[in-house]
Design a protein around this ligand. Structure first.
Ligand SMILES: [Zn+2]
Length: 266
């Protein structure tokens, strides 16, 4: 079965065997251009949309392998569980804010930026938050990134937002959106412009096993492997067969709805 915590652990171990250095997104933002080109790194980004307990499980697995990752929490109760945030921070991971203020405030820029400030202050009680990441909210008509058309997150002491500050010409982006690794075609907002070129280069993977095989082949042949940003939504990764089936059905249905939204917008 794919998308279980043990598959995730296998992926981490394959990345370790391939010689990847694990950095947080905050580390990446603080690195110099020279450091970025000298190291082969992977950034593990976790968007905690719901079921934060699953994220804690991921955080523990990573910690057992001496790996640090970046966890982005939403302000809503299905994500924001103080005890879990505290626990994940104590495991040496980065905590960031998974913001959606513009959609929470129905597009009102003034109200949204006030809410953003308040929510950022809240998360800074747990960790000195330095990076943020937009929550996609596919069914909302508002794109929360638009908040930065008239505001600057750097004024809030934020040094990075992956959709603006990650150079995807120097790192391949893999995301489990739609509960597969090639679901970007179903994604309303979680996409980067380089995706089409990667597809042409054959750098697309359906299952976690495909990624592991690609890594194994690369390091056995001594081929240069590219830098990576791997985004997961740990709520989709479950060890329980019933929850696993439920998640599969739900994601398949969601993909159909998202395809409709994408085609409808064209
Ligand atoms: Zn999200």
């Amino acid at each position: 079965m794919d998308f279980t915590p043990s598959t995730y652990k296998s992926l981490l171990m394959a990345l370790q065997s391939a010689g990847y250095q694990f950095i947080t997104f905050e580390d990446y933002c603080r690195m110099t251009e020279q450091e970025r080109t000298q190291r082969r790194f992977v950034i593990l980004r976790h968007d905690v949309d719901a079921k934060p307990k699953n994220s804690l499980r991921f955080a523990q697995i990573e910690n057992s392998l001496s790996i640090r990752a970046s966890y982005y929490f939403r302000i809503v109760p299905e994500s924001n569980q103080p005890d879990i945030i505290r626990h994940i921070a104590a495991l040496q991971h980065e905590i960031g804010y998974h913001y959606e203020d513009l959609s929470l405030k129905n597009g009102d820029m003034g109200k949204a930026i006030q809410a953003f400030r308040k929510h950022l202050d809240y998360f800074r009680r747990f960790y000195p938050v330095a990076t943020i990441c937009m929550h996609g909210a596919p069914t909302s008509p508002y794109d929360s990134k638009d908040l930065w058309e008239t505001n600057n997150y750097r004024d809030f002491g934020i040094i990075g937002e992956p959709y603006f500050d990650m150079d995807f010409d120097e790192a391949l982006y893999l995301t489990d959106t739609g509960r597969c690794w090639d679901g970007f075609r179903f994604s309303v907002r979680d996409k980067v412009p380089q995706q089409e070129e990667w597809s042409r280069m054959g750098l697309t993977f359906h299952s976690t096993k495909h990624i592991i095989r690609w890594l194994e082949r690369g390091w056995k042949r001594g081929e240069p492997l590219c830098n990576l940003m791997i985004t997961t939504h740990p709520q989709r990764w479950t060890p329980w067969p019933l929850a696993w089936i439920k998640e599969l059905v739900l994601q398949t249905t969601k993909n159909i709805i998202k395809s409709y939204i994408i085609n409808h917008r064209k």
